[in-house]
Design a binder for this molecule. Structure first.
Ligand SMILES: [Zn+2]
Length: 111
């Protein structure tokens, strides 16, 4: 007999094969199973080195500056151009997020 574990559906309590993508009883997705720990990969990942954090901070700052510069350029030239403004906003948001991540890392990672 081939190994096939049965899992209990969290929606209706029915026993379903863990090979099934969704519950055969109610159709609830079975992707989230209790024996899969989604936190583990994050914990297993090695913390970034101070050099990596510095590089990322620099990269984020560059993206942020470029975004701000780009946005101001586009704004003055053609206020109707939405795509460049959107891209500039993406750069700014991405840069800010990168800066935040770097900040959190630099605080949590003991150097
Ligand atoms: Zn179900």
């Amino acid at each position: 007999m081939a190994f096939m574990a049965m899992v209990t559906c969290s929606e209706c309590g029915r026993a379903v094969s863990n090979k099934a993508a969704a519950c055969i009883g109610c159709g609830a997705p079975l992707g989230v199973s209790p024996d899969i720990n989604y936190v583990a990969p994050t914990k297993a990942a090695t913390p970034p080195s101070p050099a990596q954090i510095r590089r990322r901070t620099l990269l984020s700052l560059t993206a942020l500056m470029m975004g701000v510069f780009w946005a101001s350029m586009v704004d003055h030239a053609h206020a109707s151009h939405r795509l460049p403004l959107f891209l500039a906003a993406l750069l700014i948001i991405g840069g800010l997020c990168g800066l935040l991540v770097s900040l959190v890392h630099s605080v949590t990672v003991k150097t």
